[in-house]
Design a protein around this ligand. Structure first.
Ligand code: ARG
Length: 452
């Protein structure tokens, strides 16, 4: 089994473009590992713990309404949260109330928990819509709060092993000269993000006995994961080496127009909607007669965004541009999808049973067909390398090259002519390309329409 921790959104916070990479890289890895015969476990390690939830409850009780939250969900929660901070500047007593409410959540107070769980439910419902659009799936939503009762044994073990030290007002584990100490408990006994990740690693090892446990999280958390992994290593567990931080760079928008009223937060939903809308207008222009235009626009528009996110090495920062990602002639998702649809159309156009017909493979005796066949042959290797390095872009690049090679073949040679045996051989190549493009797109989480 391979645990893959990805997306891992925060409750009551908008699903913004910052969560795009973790979601699509994680989803691609999930598919790639599954395809190669591993049993992947998709984990959404929800950010559902922390004093901010005390603040949210106070704000809700003072200024919120049930109807408004039901109607506007995360947007309304975010507004309450912002208002809390504005008001707390003037009235510090609010912070104290927030602490009290957070403590109530911790102590399992019924009212506190019911409000908190309601926020959580609404957030997940909203986020679930985006997961549906992206075709993303999770096997577990065990988030930070899930580990409330699972941290003590880890803390006890750290104590027993003499690894826990009181230093500068907190309990820490010293990690040697290369790394700053990992804070495990605050002086008042409060746990931290790291404490929860320690408990989560042990829980995952025990529950899934993973072969690898991946954390698809932005490179900003590099230090955090190095510390957590080191603590486990110092505790004497050799599986610490199987924990891996799959880091990635930042995504920003080239055109600032998508910023919401709230400032810099760019909602992923808005980006996806806009991609679909723009794709639809391209389709209206290019192929107005197409059936299920809306459906195709969805697959192509969303696919374009996903494809672009997986087009370069993870660690590179990406500046997102609609013109680039939706370019049907560039190295884009739509280009690969279009090549797939072109192969599908060739196969539809053949007016004889080419699969059963005798084939004259001398028709493929040319540099274009040979280059195409070579890329088909090396596809499994690209998938294996993508898995080994946790780099889905190795598949993305491969299918771009394959699509280019196929198009060169298509432009240089007539595929369907009077010679049936030669035509059958060329169609066989088109069928293989179609199959591999479809598989490659699937592995990176992108759909492949038959017509576009
Ligand atoms: N919720 C965190 C964030 O948005 C990411 C959590 C990643 N996973 C983990 N096990 N720490 O920054």
């Amino acid at each position: 089994m391979v645990c893959i921790d990805y997306s891992s959104i925060n409750i009551a916070k908008p699903f913004h473009i910052g969560h795009l990479s973790t979601t699509v890289i994680g989803n691609a890895l999930y598919r790639i590992y599954g395809f190669l015969g591993y049993k992947p476990v998709g984990i959404n390690h929800l950010g559902d713990w922390g004093t901010q939830f005390g603040k949210l409850i106070v704000a809700y009780k003072l200024w919120g309404s049930k109807e408004d939250i039901e109607a506007r969900s995360i947007t309304a929660m975010l507004e309450l949260y912002v208002k809390f901070h504005e008001e707390a500047e003037k009235n510090p007593a609010l912070d104290e109330q927030a602490r009290v409410w957070f403590k109530k959540i911790e102590d399992g107070d019924e009212e506190a928990l019911s409000i908190f769980n309601w926020f959580k439910e609404l957030t997940l419902k909203e986020v679930g819509k985006i997961y549906d659009l992206l075709g993303v799936h999770f096997d577990s939503y065990a988030g930070e709060s899930f580990y409330n009762d699972k941290m003590q044994p880890v803390i006890d073990e750290l104590k027993e092993k003499g690894l826990l030290e009181f230093s500068e007002g907190a309990y820490v584990v010293r990690l040697g000269d290369d790394l700053p100490p990992c804070i495990v408990l605050k002086s008042d006994g409060a746990t931290l993000y790291s404490t929860r990740d320690l408990a989560a690693a042990f829980y995952r090892k025990k529950t899934y006995n993973f072969h690898k446990c991946l954390y698809v999280v932005a490179y900003q958390q590099n230090l955090h994961f190095r510390q957590v992994f080191k603590v486990i290593e110092l505790m004497g567990y050799d599986w610490a080496k199987d924990l891996e931080h799959v880091a990635f760079g930042m995504v920003s928008l080239e055109d600032g127009t998508l910023s919401t009223r709230k400032g810099k937060v760019v909602l992923l939903k808005d980006v996806l909607d806009k991609a679909v809308e723009k794709t639809l207008s391209i389709i209206e222009e290019k192929s107005p007669g197409l059936e299920n235009k809306e459906e195709v626009a969805k697959t192509v528009g969303i696919g374009a965004v996903v494809f672009d996110t997986l087009s370069s090495a993870r660690i590179k920062d990406i500046t997102f541009s609609f013109d680039r990602v939706l370019n049907f002639d560039g190295e884009t998702g739509p280009y690969v999808q279009y090549t797939h649809a072109r192969c599908a159309s060739l196969l539809r156009r053949a007016d004889f049973d080419w699969a059963a017909a005798d084939k004259d493979y001398t028709a493929l005796n040319n540099p274009e067909a040979f280059a195409t066949a070579k890329l088909l042959y090396s596809f499994p290797d690209a998938v294996a390398r993508a898995c080994e390095k946790n780099e889905p872009y190795l598949i993305t690049r491969h299918i771009i090259e394959l699509a280019k090679a196929m198009n060169r073949f298509y432009y240089e040679h007539r595929i369907i002519d009077e010679d049936k045996a030669k035509t059958a051989a060329r169609l066989m190549l088109a069928a293989c390309v179609k199959q591999v493009l479809k598989t490659g797109l699937y592995l990176i989480g992108v759909g492949a329409p038959e017509r576009m």
